[in-house]
Design a protein around this ligand. Structure first.
Ligand code: ZN
Ligand code: ZN
Length: 115
């Protein structure tokens, strides 16, 4: 079973977050990726609406030059809340969520998206 306990978390408000997990795995998340994977109801479309455009939209949306984290705060000992430069602040990223969205090849392959 994969660990969802972070051993060490490195936060760069202009670059992203790197998490070393207790099971030895390391995950690196870029800003745009994190913003794209915001787990809040608005972004995930929890009300039955499809998630806010994030798939095959124009490349301009993927590279918002001014996007960065304004504030990062711990929520209890299970999550991190990120306040973005675009004003979005309702995303609470649990470590479980972080682990689930790990963008590395190994984890992406495990999800079955690759052949
Ligand atoms: Zn959100
Ligand atoms: Zn991974």
């Amino acid at each position: 079973m994969v660990s969802t306990d972070p051993e060490h978390i490195a936060i760069s408000k202009s670059k992203g977050i790197v998490i070393d997990w207790k099971d030895g795995h390391a995950s690196s998340y870029g800003l745009a990726y994190l913003r794209d994977n915001c787990p809040c109801a608005t972004c995930t479309g929890a009300h039955g609406t499809p998630p806010a455009a994030k798939s095959t939209s124009s490349p301009f949306q993927m590279y918002q030059p001014s996007l960065k984290m304004v504030e990062v705060e711990a929520v209890g000992n299970y999550a991190i809340r990120i306040i973005w430069s675009d004003g979005h602040s309702t995303g609470i990223y649990s470590y479980e969520h972080f682990r689930k969205i790990c963008p590395c090849v190994e984890c992406a392959g495990r999800k079955g998206s690759a052949a």
